[in-house]
Design a protein around this ligand. Sequence first.
Ligand SMILES: Nc1ncnc2c1ncn2[C@@H]1O[C@H](COP(=O)(O)OP(=O)(O)OP(=O)(O)O)[C@@H](O)[C@H]1O
Length: 254
Amino acid sequence: MASPGPIRLVNLTLGYDRRPAVHHLEGEIAPGAALAVCGPNGAGKSTLLKALAGLLPPLGGRIERGGATAREIAYLPQLVDIDRSFPINVRDFVAMGAMRRVGLFGRLDAGERERAAQAIDRVGLAGMEDRPIDTLSGGQMQRVLFARLIVQDQRVILLDEPFGAIDEATTDDLLGLIAQWRGEGRTIVAVLHELDLARRAFPQTLLLARERIAWGETGATLCADNLARARAMSEAYDRQARECLRDEEAAHAH
Ligand SMILES: Nc1ncnc2c1ncn2[C@@H]1O[C@H](COP(=O)(O)OP(=O)(O)OP(=O)(O)O)[C@@H](O)[C@H]1O
């Protein structure tokens, strides 16, 4: 892999319909870092990941991707956002990770097929290659999604709540894979709700509550003081948003 530069967030403001959801973020993700993004519900964590993946243009500021294009970044959305009704089996779904190399309608050569088979084996799903993905359990589906990430083989990997609804055994297996990716020098950014997982497996954490509360070594970032500030910030923001909404409704009523 070519040696990449850091990912830089420069005065980054993100939002929807011109309404900011994340304000004036500044920070840097070093190549090979494993960064957890934590914070209350609605803090803007998924919004930040979408922007890093190039799926949401900034309202202000910018993201510098250290020489990589957004397409060279692998992104795993939340499981609930993935449409599983598409009729496709495990083998073909995992092989789709090779799309950037072979093109949308390109033929998979023996090397790519072997790569997909190895990835399925690595996540512990050997023997399930022919299963349609809509018949998988939540944990099995998460393993399939990680297998597709292996095939994608990108140096930056973004994970939105990868351990959301999965049991301890699956979590441990997937944490093992993340450790392997780190050993290979890849950069990992993961939205995590369980702070203990961040403390266990991610040396760096960004604590987000619409803005940066803290960003640094995980233990120090997730101290009681910072967590209380994040909660207060988030509650104040929600209160303010509700008041704005009331004002808008009142304006409409007249
Ligand atoms: N597609 C959208 N259109 C409009 N507003 C959105 C959209 N997606 C998210 N938002 C708003 O942006 C804000 C941040 O949401 P986001 O999903 O990034 O938070 P989060 O930290 O990931 O939350 P959670 O922990 O609940 O998943 C919220 O107020 C949310 O309602």
